[in-house]
Design a protein around this ligand. Structure first.
Ligand code: SF4
Ligand code: SF4
Length: 253
């Protein structure tokens, strides 16, 4: 019988006989590939509950493993190892160590939401991917991801000025992640804009990048948002067993 989604099985867990004849039938090579028996000693029976307590993960219990999310996924089209359906299965089964093996790619979800539109059970897989990346950080399995840095830069600008300005968010994100401010794609984009946009638009965009107006009388609203953000941060850390990060959200610091 063929092994479906063979890429999900680690090579060390597959066994193939190069020379095997059974009752006169040669079943050497791929015909004799078997999955080795495995023992999982470290179930986390609360993993689904912990991820469901984080924003986006609320409906994970509704998944019936149809695979529509993975079939429609933008990133899966480029990398078959990126598999939302498989991760939801691992979370629901409590296979923590299996999930953690993929910690370096889970955060690569581009939030295109194709999976969410395809899901017949309203699981909101895109939200589950976010909650899972958040969970991995809270548990200390991953370093801060680029998307966390982006979110934090975005939030910090709202806290400071009451609004965001796209150019400043990008520059702040590049600084936080140690990337050069002049990226090839950015230079290309600016060149295309210079060729294609009216001069008055370009001047307006340039001025908006240089001048950063602040929202007036922003203090009370900022305080309320800051209080809410801190409450949420504490709630999320409390929901995840063994969470050891002091704060995911330093926007107001
Ligand atoms: S939102 Fe993420 S998981 Fe869903 S289809 Fe897009 S890349 Fe895939
Ligand atoms: S599409 Fe929805 S129900 Fe189907 S496997 Fe993905 S999350 Fe589960």
């Amino acid at each position: 019988m063929p092994i479906h989604e063979k890429n999900l099985i680690r090579p060390e867990n597959l066994s193939t006989h190069e020379n095997l004849v059974i009752d006169g039938v040669d079943v050497s090579g791929d015909w004799s590939t078997f999955i080795k028996t495995r023992v999982v000693p470290d179930y986390n029976e609360e993993m689904q509950e912990e991820i469901a307590a984080l924003p986006g993960g609320e409906n994970i219990h509704r998944c019936w493993q149809c695979g529509s999310c993975t079939n429609s996924c933008t990133v899966n089209g480029l990398n078959p190892d990126f598999n939302p359906r498989h991760w939801i299965y691992l979370i629901r089964m409590g296979y923590e160590s299996e999930l953690v093996r993929d910690k370096d790619i889970i955060w690569q979800c581009v939030s295109c939401n194709k999976c969410t539109y395809a899901c017949p059970r309203d699981v909101v897989p895109e939200g589950v991917m976010k909650a899972t990346a958040h969970w991995l950080e809270l548990k200390g399995y991953t370093e801060r991801s680029p998307s966390s840095e982006f979110d934090e830069e975005f939030s910090s600008q709202v806290f400071k000025t009451g609004k965001i300005e796209d150019g400043r968010v990008m520059m702040g994100f590049f600084k936080r992640t140690g990337q050069p401010l002049m990226q090839d794609w950015l230079v290309d984009m600016v060149k295309k804009m210079l060729r294609g946009l009216p001069v008055s638009w370009l001047m307006k965009m340039g001025m908006a990048t240089v001048i950063h107006p602040r929202t007036k009388n922003w203090g009370p609203a900022r305080d309320a948002i800051e209080e809410y953000a801190r409450e949420q941060e504490e709630k999320h850390a409390a929901a995840v067993k063994g969470a050891h990060r002091d704060a995911m959200f330093h926007a107001a610091d």
